[in-house]
Every structure is written in C-alpha cells, then in structure tokens.
Design a protein around this ligand. Sequence first.
Ligand code: TXA
Ligand code: MG
Length: 383
Amino acid sequence: EDPKLITSPTSQTGKAIFYAAEKLRSSDIPVAFPTETVYGLGADATRDEAVKNIFAVKGRPTDNPLIVHIGSLKQARDLLRPSNSPASEKSNYDIPEIYAPLIEKFWPGPLTILLPLPRNSKLSPYVYSTQVTVGVRMPSHPVALALALTSNVPIAAPSANKSGLPSPTTAKHVREDLYKLVELILDGGSCDVGLESTVVDGLSNPPAILRPGGVSLEQIRACKGWEGTIVHKEDAIPGSAGSTAGANVAPRAPGMKYKHYSPTCGVRLYLPEADMPSITELKATAFGSDSKVVRLGVLRTRRWKEFGEKERNWLAEKNVDVVEESLGESGEEISRRLFGALRRMDDEGVMVVHIEGVEEDMEGLAVMNRLKKAASVVIRKKS
Ligand code: TXA
Ligand code: MG
C-alpha cells in the first residue's frame, strides 16, 4: 500500500501535478487544486508558515480548523504517530475501529473523520487550532489523490474561496476569488459532488455529523456502529438564539458558527411547504424598480414552474428583469449546481434571488444546510 512516486511525468497533467507537489513542499504560498467536492487551497500541514498563509489568503478566522487531505491509509496513520516516534513502529497507532466501516465504504470520497491528535503531533498547530482532534479526508478526485501521494505530505486545505463566499466548484471560481493571492491553480474541471464533505465525529457517543455534506445521514446510519448517529444542531453553539446545549459547550465544528456560502445579493429561501412566489410578490422584492431596471433571480428545483412570457412582460413593464434557472430535480444535480448558480446571480447583477428549497432528506440535508446559511429571509408558509 506504499504510494508509488511519480518521478518522471510525461503527460501535461502529470507535469502539472508534479510541479504543484514541488510547490507544496517548497513554497509558503498555498496551491489550489480540485477535489470531487469543491476546490481546495492546500499547504503542507506540517509547516507553520505555509498553513498560516492559507488563513491570510482566504481571510479566514484562525480558530476555524482545517481538514487534512491524505492519499493513502498509511498517510492517515502517520498523523496518529507522535513526531518523535520512528516510522517503523506502526501497529500501535491505528485509526479508531469505529471508523472502519465508513472508511471501507466512503474513502476515497466526500467524508471527513475526526482523529485524535497525538501528544506530540507533527502537524502545525495552526491546522487544528484549539481542537484535540484533526479532521482527515481522503479525496477521490484523481488530481487531489495524485497531489497527496506525489508531494508525500499531509495537505491542509479549506475550500479555495474568499471566506464567506460560496465554495468554488470550478477553477474559474477560484481565480475570481483569489486572483493574485495564489500562484498556482490546478484545473480539474467542475466538481462532481459540488458541496463539501460530511464531517463526522466517531469519538463522541453517540457518533455525530458535525457538518452535513456529500455523504448523507442515511448512508452513514447504514454503517455498523453508526445507526444512532445524531446531527449536530448549530443552535448548540454558545451565544446563538435557542441554544440547547448549555452555555459552556464549545462549538463542535467551529466553522459552522460563521456566515458562509452567501452570494452578495439577498437570498430568499422558500421551504418546500411554501408556495412559489407570485409575480406581485416578486415585484415587491425589487426595491428601486420605480426609477430603474432591477434584476431578480429565481432558482427552482422540483415544483416551481418557469415564468411564461405574459408574466415576464408584466414584470418588464414594472422595470423588473428576471434571471431564471433550474438547479435540477435530483439531489445530486441540485448539490452539483448550487454554488455555481449562487455565484452566477452575483455575476448577473441580481439584487435578490428567490430559491425553491427541498426536503431535508438524503442530499437535501446538506443542500438546505448551505441554503439556510446563505439566506437573508426564510419563507415557511403558504402565501
Ligand atoms: O469537501 C471539503 O471538506 C472541502 C475540500 C477542499 O476537501 N474542504 C472544506 O474545508 O470544506 P473547510 O475548511 O471549508 O471546512 C472545514 C470544516 C469546518 O466547518 C471546520 O470547522 C470543520 O470542518 N473542522 C475541521 N477540523 C475540525 C476538527 N478538528 N473538529 C471539528 N471540526 C473541524
Ligand atoms: Mg469552506
């Protein structure tokens, strides 16, 4: 299971990966790369300066820990080993048994597990901040895997967006956000999953999902030992309204307390039980359309109908221009297209986007988690 090192790449892709791996090992400027979930902004997780630069480039709060990406189980086990213990001494440092069925099923793939940090970890403390665990993921994108194996270092990588914006699902999104702040973006096309990995904690009892993502709650619960998995409620975060977990409970996935995934435009999220907005309701959200043309966005999923010509003309007369798009019907399509569509709304100069929400099962749980964070208004009722 030892990784084969690519020593003389011949293809363009091989050369690009080899070059990026060299950068990771030798430069303090982070490298952007594709994964199957979203693009990552990577640095050698053992080097302080390189990891610190991730936070600087993204504008990310330093108490929000990073996920470490590995290309083999050996690289994962190495993270459990204190830095002063010899590499040969391996059997004493193994991944906790509870994770075995998840690793078997979902690695490589969109799943991040929390591993205990050894007393004397070789990871930079900037990776895990005040946590006693480190989030670890084996991505399935061939470029990400090759980068981890070729560089042969653990890669700390958050999503490669400016902090607060939707995560990037194309190399172009990364360039728009981090232009001039990074020297290298590996372009691996559009991300297949489109939403970030599911973060699970198997060290707590019962085991918990800290962030819903590319692997669903249903899929996790189908694994031995994970039947009773709970989903960590964000309102357990201290200080937030409706806190249920007591004032002294630390947020479990620290990143969840920050505003995230928002386009610059206003977002009105409609829960599945709410009706589609009528043209008069749309018009009411187009502030300023009395004096100039205002653009509104409509992102539909399963039930909403496209506006017809009659409705569009009525709106046009009232200085309202509508940009409509379908996110698709299946959970997979909606996940894949969501972040790109939110960014498109900003590119098109949309003032307010109306979004049709979905049921919170399967992929819908992660989709709605991201949409609720992006929303300025949530509409629950029938009109
Ligand atoms: O799919 C993904 O996970 C992408 C790609 C690049 O791999 N990465 C990503 O990273 O979404 P980021 O930094 O944007 O989100 C990491 C999330 C945050 O909510 C963070 O708080 C949580 O994982 N996290 C990381 N380490 C943790 C730890 N030790 N304990 C609890 N939560 C942790
Ligand atoms: Mg992120």
